[in-house]
Design a protein around this ligand. Structure first.
Ligand SMILES: Nc1ncnc2c1ncn2[C@@H]1O[C@H](COP(=O)(O)OP(=O)(O)OP(=O)(O)O)[C@@H](O)[C@H]1O
Ligand SMILES: C[C@@](O)(CCO)CC(=O)[O-]
Ligand SMILES: [Mg+2]
Length: 334
């Protein structure tokens, strides 16, 4: 039997980092996907082929409840930890042992770029392997397992990325609970700096600043939470479309400033943000953990001008759409 599953990338519209501290955030799935194929093999081992990670496929063996990596590349084992943890969790859930599984990954999502590649790879792996092992899990349950994977690998995770990747659409998320917001096509442009940041490290860096200066950082996080609530109110309001987008744009700019204050922006990210605003975007901000990676701009009727401005500023623009669908089982072959 062979299963192919896919899960989408995301952008955090508002509220990254503060969401780790229990404040609300809003995220949307976008139409870039990670594909994971899972099938049984006769070797009794787990083999992970990660075609987008620049290391050869690893051979991983297991016996009883232990999983062993065999690799010449110390780093490769670490880089595959989201996939490994995802497979381990599903095997625990299914209470099975002994059968070899080959997992093969291809992805359209840049890695470490704020677009939720870690969540998409975890969710798609859990989706494919759970189906292969005959588990009937809902997408919401798979999102929760994806959160456990991020917690195991990163040490801290709000769970918003695996949740939105599993269920799709636009969500408001707070402390493990989510609400779908009405679906709308947002005229966004994503700008990729070309460099990456590690979410684990950036979240840890914010934590250190918080512990050192709680009286300064707590009000910044609280403001971010208020920005999110204002954005939610705006998205749910009866305002006419143009006014709605203008309000959201202003909130994005405030949110970017607050993220900059936390120290997660970079010179390049801010250059792309300002280039987009100068080219007519209503708002522009970092998306995801920052430290490199991506920003996004809200640019009704100005998407191509903003994309050009991002290119001139040295970034790579991606005009992308919101994805209604989260995790998808693409095919099951006998
Ligand atoms: N295609 C893939 N194959 C295997 N592992 C992947 C793949 N894509 C991402 N990963 C894993 O996810 C890690 C990057 O996750 P990280 O959380 O740091 O960034 P991100 O998820 O891209 O951005 P953000 O969390 O800010 O949205 C990689 O180092 C790797 O371990
Ligand atoms: C930085 C962060 O808030 C968002 C990463 O996309 C981390 C998390 O919520 O787990
Ligand atoms: Mg991530």
């Amino acid at each position: 039997m062979r299963v192919l599953a896919s899960a989408p990338a995301k952008i955090i519209l508002f509220g990254e980092h503060s969401v780790v501290y229990g404040k609300p955030a809003i995220a949307a799935a976008i139409n870039l996907r990670t594909y994971v194929r899972a099938e049984f093999n006769d070797s009794g081992r787990i083999k992970i082929e990660a075609h987008d990670i620049k290391t050869p496929g690893l051979i991983v063996s297991f016996s009883e409840n232990e999983i062993y990596f065999e690799s010449d590349y110390g780093k490769a084992a670490e880089v595959l930890s989201y996939v490994r943890q995802a497979i381990e969790l599903v095997r625990e859930e299914a209470d099975v042992n002994g059968r070899g599984i080959t997992v093969s990954i291809t992805s359209q999502i840049p890695v470490g770029a704020g677009l939720g590649s870690s969540a998409a790879v975890a969710v798609a792996t859990i989706g494919a392997v759970s189906k292969l092992l005959g588990l009937e899990l809902t997408n919401e349950e798979i999102g929760k397992l994806g959160h456990r994977v991020e917690l195991l690998v990163q040490g801290a995770s709000s769970g918003i990325d695996p949740t939105v990747s599993a269920i799709g659409g636009i969500i408001h998320y707070e402390k493990g609970k989510f609400e779908h917001l009405p679906f709308m096509e947002l005229p966004i442009v994503v700008g990729y700096t070309g460099s990456s940041g590690s979410t684990k490290e950036l979240v840890a860096m914010v934590r250190r600043t918080y512990e050192e200066m709680p009286e300064i950082v707590e009000p910044i996080l609280a403001s971010m939470g208020k920005v999110v609530e204002k954005a939610r109110e705006t998205l749910l309001s009866e305002l006419e479309e143009g006014q709605k987008l203008a309000r959201l744009g202003r909130l994005m700019n405030i949110n970017h400033g607050l993220l900059d204050a936390l120290g997660v922006s970079t010179k390049k990210l801010s250059e792309l943000v300002y280039a987009a605003r100068t080219a007519g975007a209503l708002g522009a901000k970092i998306t995801g953990a920052g430290g490199g990676g991506c920003m996004y701009a809200l640019a009704p009727e100005r998407q191509s001008e903003v994309a050009t401005a991002i290119t001139i500023a040295g970034g790579t623009p991606m005009i992308t759409e919101i994805s209604r669908e989260g995790l998808r089982i693409e095919e099951v072959l006998p």
